[in-house]
Design a binder for this molecule. Structure first.
Ligand SMILES: NC(=O)c1ccc[n+]([C@@H]2O[C@H](COP(=O)([O-])OP(=O)(O)OC[C@H]3O[C@@H](n4cnc5c(N)ncnc54)[C@H](O)[C@@H]3O)[C@@H](O)[C@H]2O)c1
Length: 463
């Protein structure tokens, strides 16, 4: 089947490459000429494990191509996916649907015979109705079916997720679209991936409900982590203790600096807005949004606590910038508000990320970009692990101690064990583990007077 993919970002490129790999003929279209030029030159504009090879192999076998021309992309296409961005609208948090509606108008101009238009972007309930209205208003002569097919892939594991989905959700209002959708996903269907056919509005809501639920789960365990720190409990064990309950499950119960990324924050906000429009306030999600928002910046206090609340003049090394490992995506990464808070407190910030530095340079100013973790911690008063990249899981502690001005580690992903860190001679703070909740050590440069804060029990002058 000939398929057009409108929007060649994370979702469009991965979906296009995977669908081509199923055996279909896919043309990925994007407005950004530099992106298409790079793809045509064999370069991948994003970091996603395995994607380069998958794209190359399908391009070689002439099943996958890239163009900036929607007219070329739509030639002979029986199905057209819309995979453009739906960011938060500036000002009110609603999903900005201008790219989706823009794409719908452009598609309308090119339609010939019966075509299935599939919204893969995450869009609020009713968007499919509006896409259909826009196209029908512009082209009363053409026959279309508008389908909702939300995407659930995770960045960093996108190809695996696309090819081994927990389910494929397809919202249709026109039975004719069913055959086309079944044909597109036939290889997955044969692997028995559950295909869930629903109404179009239901499919649209399933995507938001899924993301909002996962964001709630993370926020819940983050608040439990805060309580653990106060009452002398260990959030890792609490998470395991509740996660072993099949009704709860172990995933998305990792306490940390708060969720970020290109989806959860904006999708939670968009669902809140949709619900408000229908006069069904979502109090739980309102709390999730605001708790998560405050949390990222508040993580800076974990760093300042090691210095009696005084960070002015200190150098902080940030290990990991992207919102999670195995991606270069910096959208709404917790590292951004954390670094800003550290800078507001007067700290100098050095940073390192294995693949995200290029993207980070567009959003983070006044930080020193370092080539590797050891370069980053040189002369730093504290190192903060913000993203749990594999590279940071087995750091050479002797080398760290030699390089750092103070042996202070703030581990916002709980990748190390407090007892090990203590044995290694580090002042170690993590998230929600009381075993690391020793009275905060206050590092005072020789000759400088610092009054310990309420949380700090001891001032240890540095030798
Ligand atoms: N990134 C994820 O992990 C993920 C996962 C599931 C769902 N989603 C959803 O998928 C959608 C796309 O997300 P993304 O992360 O791929 O976005 P993205 O910003 O990486 O890519 C969107 C692309 O669409 C292009 N575009 C916009 N208008 C266009 C037009 N009229 N014609 C051609 N190209 C156009 C842009 O140039 C851009 O390259 C969003 O709704 C998002 O919420 C994302």
């Amino acid at each position: 089947m000939r398929i057009a993919m409108i929007g060649t970002g994370y979702v469009g490129l991965v979906s296009g490459a995977c669908i081509a790999d199923f055996g279909h003929q896919v043309t990925c279209v994007d407005k950004e000429a530099s992106k298409i030029d790079a793809l045509n030159a064999g370069e991948i504009p994003i970091y996603e494990p395995g994607l380069k090879e998958l794209v190359a192999s399908n391009v070689r076998q002439e099943r996958l191509s890239f163009t900036t021309s929607l007219t070329d992309g739509l030639k002979g296409a029986a199905a057209v996916f819309i995979a453009v961005g739906t960011p938060s609208r500036r000002g009110d948090g609603h999903a900005d649907l201008s790219y989706v509606y823009g794409a719908a108008r452009e598609i309308a101009a090119e339609l010939k015979g019966f075509t299935v238009i599939i919204t893969k972007s995450t869009v609020p309930v009713g968007t499919g109705d509006e896409v259909e209205r826009i196209i029908r208003d512009l082209r009363r002569d053409v026959d279309i079916a508008v389908v909702s097919n939300p995407e659930f892939l995770r960045e960093g594991a996108a190809i695996h997720d696309f090819k081994h989905p927990d389910r494929i959700v397809i919202g249709i209002e026109d039975e004719r679209a069913k055959n086309v959708m079944t044909e597109i996903y036939r290889p997955l269907f044969l692997n028995q991936a559950p295909m869930l056919y629903t109404g179009r509005r239901t499919a649209e809501l399933i995507k938001y409900a899924a993301n909002a639920f996962l964001a709630t789960k993370i926020t819940f365990i983050n608040e439990i982590a805060d309580l653990c720190e106060k009452v002398g409990a260990d959030v890792q064990e609490v998470a395991r203790g509740i996660g072993l309950d099949n009704r709860i499950g172990p995933k998305f119960l990792h306490a940390g600096p708060g969720f970020g990324g290109s989806c959860f924050p904006k999708d939670v906000r968009a669902l809140i807005k949709t619900a408000q429009d229908y006069d069904v306030p979502m109090r739980i999600l309102e709390a999730v949004d605001s708790v998560n928002d405050t949390r990222k910046r508040a993580m800076a206090r974990k760093v300042s606590a090691a210095f009696a609340g005084v960070l002015r003049g200190k150098t902080v090394a940030i290990l990991g910038l992207t919102f999670k490992p195995n991606t270069d995506d910096m959208r709404e990464a917790p590292s951004i508000p954390l670094i800003m808070a550290l800078q507001d407190m007067g700290a100098k910030v050095r940073v390192h990320d294995p693949v995200g530095m290029q993207q980070a340079k567009q959003v983070l100013a006044d930080v020193a970009y370092c080539e590797g973790p050891y370069d980053c911690v040189e002369d730093a008063d504290a190192a903060v692990i913000v993203t749990e990249w594999e590279q940071f899981r087995a750091l050479d502690f002797d080398r760290l101690k030699e390089l750092m001005a103070c042996p202070v580690i703030v581990d916002l992903r709980n990748i190390y064990r407090p007892e090990d860190m203590k044995r290694q001679g580090f002042a170690y703070t993590c998230v929600g583990r009381s075993s690391a909740f020793q009275p905060a050590t206050v590092y005072v440069p020789s000759g400088q007077q610092v009054r310990p804060s309420a949380q700090s029990a001891a001032a240890v002058p540095r030798d």
